[in-house]
Design a protein around this ligand. Sequence first.
Ligand code: RIB
Length: 311
Amino acid sequence: MGRVFVAGSINMDVVATAERHPRIGETVAGEAVLYFPGGKGANQAVASAKLGIATTLIGRLGADAFGKELRTFLAGQGVDLTFVRDTDGAHSSTAIITLANADNTIVVVPGANGLVDADDVAAPVLARGDVAVSQFEIPLPAIAAFFRRARAVGATTILNPAPAKQADKALLDLVDILVLNETELGYLTGTGLRDSDTPERFSEAARALGQGRIVCVTLGKRGVLALVDNQPLLVPGREVKAVDTTGAGDCFVGALASQLAIGKPLGDALAYANAAASICVQRMGAAPSMPTADEVSAVLSTRRPGEGRDP
Ligand code: RIB
């Protein structure tokens, strides 16, 4: 059985809830200010660990109060923090989130995350069968170094290129599975995609990234579209009442990694991750809303006919 290694960001999410999002230049009255552990790397590691898979997080915290709080929370979720360093002179990364009608806007101030480097990812020892996961909230050279080490031992690499930014081909060539949403797909392929576009349009765009790797496009409530050897596989979304979608994509990535680490076939792993994300959106906060394996099993026992099969 493999393990999951996540090299990525650890943030304190400072969330302001309001009835609606302000327009540019506008002020609106909020309802509450909430503090949740977050960061794409930490969220993905918590998702995997809570599902019962040995999970190691590699990253940095500032030597400050948020850093202490985040470390305590992550340890409590069963994430191995041996390779999370406290960094003098840097603040823990903070995400300023506005949440209205279950949807968010996010501004991330990198702090210690921006200092993760090749030395940080050189320490953990990966092995064949492990899964190495990263996202774009730490510097890209560190991700490339991490994936090179993973590839060298035959571990599977998963990249979640979020938030979207241009990456060179050398980095993408180190990726076995790319997991991204419609906006990130549009950005990386230079195509103007919209939420309302058809799955065929997403498949077409994903083909540009699919040479030699699996591409999974998360489509929110519509589910996930995977392109495997250029063949589309659609896992439909589940009808749930979302209260906060923050971290749902991370839940999907962490759950997918966890299932691949224990050797599940891709179609089953996608259906599992999809079910996990449908639980996450029904709770407030990012890292604290990741489900347990029992919760995901309960949702999967209500699996609809056709899920996980070709469209
Ligand atoms: O993907 C959600 C995460 O993005 C939040 O937890 C926030 O920290 C930002 O990194």
